[in-house]
Design a protein around this ligand. Structure first.
Ligand SMILES: *[C@@H]1O[C@H](CO)[C@@H](O)[C@H](O)[C@H]1NC(C)=O
Ligand SMILES: *[C@@H]1O[C@H](CO)[C@@H](O)[C@H](O)[C@H]1NC(C)=O
Ligand SMILES: *[C@@H]1O[C@H](CO)[C@@H](O)[C@H](O)[C@H]1NC(C)=O
Ligand SMILES: *[C@@H]1O[C@H](CO)[C@@H](O)[C@H](O)[C@H]1NC(C)=O
Ligand SMILES: *[C@@H]1O[C@H](CO)[C@@H](O)[C@H](O)[C@H]1NC(C)=O
Ligand SMILES: *[C@@H]1O[C@H](CO)[C@@H](O)[C@H](O)[C@H]1NC(C)=O
Ligand SMILES: *[C@@H]1O[C@H](CO)[C@@H](O)[C@H](O)[C@H]1NC(C)=O
Length: 562
């Protein structure tokens, strides 16, 4: 065991060494290539911003069902904004009362922490379900979406919302009214759980204080897909016996799980999880172990994820894409099982390889679950690791830590293109074209600055509205709206084509850079997207002429694939 550990350590350090010393083909030629940057000044005319006095931490954004309003959760505030121009429709203060604050201070928490940080913001029909940390006494309210001061109900936020604003959590509301929340359930944050409540089904949770179920997890996201609810998170790897390592996971439960009898009472009987692999292939793969953000494309059943290295090691991020069917396949495969705490983790054949969620008959569960309860208690972790759609990540960047992502599927002239928007920890959005084929690489198209020069802060939330091609960004002191199609920005044909932007093409009739919808005729609409744009650095301030593409690896910190 020890030998294997040392070997593993050696390999992983080797990986870091290789990461730190990229091999550049022709350093002199490639050195000055840099991706285009859209400065705050340049994006200014396109940008809409919303600020409110005393409101900070714009960390939750959602839309009303009619997609006319943006609903915003900030510290001690809820807002409704006009989607079009981010003008204020309604502002509601939601503060903790003095007694709650005092109790919070007495537990040794700071003034900063003893506030109401909104952490759950979900729309269900004409209601808004929202929870806040409320000075370490989480609370949830159900409000009218058309009038946020109208409170229909107030319930405890325990097991629905974290106590601490630092804790990462996720929640969703199903069409039938159940709330699924993944969060720390207690004040110190030692009792994490995936918990179902509200609705008509019995409340269920993951087994308490059992590291095989959840081991110091950081929850990232959750989705309601078919018969299951999926959760994405990172946690300490219980199956890894050489020191502390974090792995990323996909987990799922059946939505119609009603828990066990005698065994697994009030506990999931269908909880399973699998590791996600996002790594740079090589003799020794370099692992991006820590999931930070996901984006689900339901039409394609694809999950995009941002994975990073550990905070204590060299910074690097990658985007990997997972097929939902590959995740399901892992759940139908063997389990990883440990007989007792001293024995090794071994594969164990799946007793229900064609597992289906239980069925209902006239409102009664005929088969509560096809899983035997002993099995359900024993087998949690899948043996197989879910591999991404392509072995090489869709995008990689050294010295970066991305936090959120959103994906748009764009109709280009020749093909559908996936555009990935990545939020950086210094207040910019990187716009990346995903690889056009298995054998090509991705491109960093541009980086949009959301702050004037020399100001930076992390991005708190990112939401895309596909129907209107806009991106909403939540920051510490404001919300910003960015239109995704900004073709008029490019004045000349060469600038338009050179931008390599799948949203834009040169309309030869109008003599303008336009989007596909704006163009008069597809045959007169010219676009080129297979190569990557670079900025001419000798031109100060704005874009210079586009230089021809050169196959550089690692210039500009990016690595565009094979
Ligand atoms: C919103 O609800 C509050 C509380 O029920 C009520 O006092 C107020 O008049 C309502 N506002 C509007 C615009 O209906
Ligand atoms: C929550 O996630 C962020 C981003 O990865 C991380 O910096 C932070 O430490 C996490 N919070 C906790 C309590 O682990
Ligand atoms: C959901 O589960 C039911 C009963 O097990 C099954 O018949 C149905 O095909 C499942 N639906 C999906 C989308 O998998
Ligand atoms: C992860 O993917 C890499 C690249 O394809 C592969 O070499 C490695 O074996 C995989 N690791 C696991 C644990 O599946
Ligand atoms: C996802 O998997 C399904 C089933 O194996 C397959 O038909 C589909 O093409 C895959 N999608 C991608 C993008 O690889
Ligand atoms: C219930 O489960 C049993 C054994 O797994 C199976 O034979 C039976 O067909 C199931 N009943 C229904 C209605 O699915
Ligand atoms: C950059 O722009 C300057 C001035 O327009 C020009 O002289 C130079 O050749 C350009 N360099 C490249 C690499 O295109």
């Amino acid at each position: 065991m020890k030998g294997a550990c040392i070997l593993a350590w050696l390999f992983s350090s080797l990986g870091v060494w290789r990461l730190a010393r990229p091999e550049t083909q022709d350093p002199a030629k490639c050195q000055r290539a840099e991706h285009p940057v859209v400065s705050y000044k340049e994006i200014g005319p396109w940008l809409r911003e919303f600020r409110a006095e005393n409101a900070v931490d714009f960390s939750r954004l959602t839309f009303d069902p009619g997609q006319k309003e943006l609903v915003v959760g900030a510290r001690n505030y809820l807002f409704r904004l006009e989607l079009e121009d981010l003008s204020l429709i309604q502002a509601v203060e939601w503060e903790c009362d003095e007694a709650t604050k005092k109790a919070c201070y007495s537990k040794g928490k700071s003034k900063e922490e003893c506030q109401n940080y909104i952490r759950v913001l979900l729309v269900g029909g004409d209601r808004l379900f929202t929870c806040g940390t409320n000075a370490f006494t989480p609370v949830c309210t159900i409000r009218s979406l058309s009038n946020l001061t109208e409170i229909h109900d107030q319930i405890s936020g325990m097991a629905r919302c974290p106590y601490s604003p630092q804790h990462n959590s996720t929640a969703l509301l199903t069409a039938s009214g159940e709330l699924y929340a993944a969060t720390a359930m207690d004040f110190p944050g030692r009792d994490p759980a995936i918990y179902r409540s509200l609705g008509t089904l019995p409340p269920l949770r993951t087994a308490q204080y059992n590291s095989k179920w959840l081991n110091e997890p950081n929850f990232v996201s959750s989705y309601d897909i078919g018969n299951f609810t999926y959760f994405f998170f990172r946690e300490n790897a219980v199956e890894h016996d050489c020191g502390k390592t974090v792995f990323s996971r996909a987990a799922r439960v059946c939505k119609n799980d009603i828990g066990g009898r005698f065994l697994l009472e009030d506990t999931w009987t269908t909880f399973m999880k699998a590791r996600l692999n996002c790594s740079r292939p090589g003799e020794v793969p370099f692992y991006y172990n820590e999931l930070q953000g996901t984006f689900f494309l339901p039409e394609l059943d694809l999950i995009y994820g941002i994975f990073t290295t550990n905070v204590n090691s060299i910074a690097a991020s990658a985007v990997c894409v997972f097929n939902l069917s590959a995740i399901s396949q892992a759940f139908n495969g063997p389990f990883k099982y440990q007989e007792n705490s001293r024995s090794a983790w071994l594969p164990y054949p799946n007793p229900n390889p064609n597992f289906q969620c239980g069925t209902m008959d006239q409102g009664l569960y005929v088969n509560l679950t096809e899983r035997n309860l002993q099995d359900a208690q024993k087998f949690i972790l899948m043996h197989e690791v879910v591999q991404p759609v392509t072995t090489v990540p869709s995008f990689m960047e050294d010295n970066s830590r991305f936090s959120h992502l959103a994906v748009d599927v764009v109709q280009g002239r020749e093909t559908l293109v996936h555009i990935i928007y990545l939020a950086t920890d210094y207040g910019t959005i990187k716009k990346v074209r995903a690889p056009l084929s298995q054998s090509s690489g991705s491109c960093l198209l541009e980086e949009i600055e959301l702050f004037p020069e020399r100001r930076s802060e992390p991005i708190r939330s990112l939401q895309i509205l596909h129907s209107q091609s806009v991106l909403f960004v939540g920051l510490q002191e404001h919300v910003a709206k960015i239109p995704l199609k900004r073709c008029h920005f490019h004045q000349t044909r060469s600038a338009c084509i050179g931008a390599q932007d799948p949203y834009c093409g040169w309309d030869a009739v109008m003599k303008k850079c336009t989007s596909l919808e704006e163009s008069l005729s597809m045959t007169q609409w010219d676009q080129s997207i297979p190569t990557c744009p670079t900025r001419n650095l000798t031109v100060d301030g704005s874009f210079g002429p586009w230089s021809p593409w050169t196959p550089c690896t690692h210039t500009d910190g990016i690595w565009a694939g094979v």
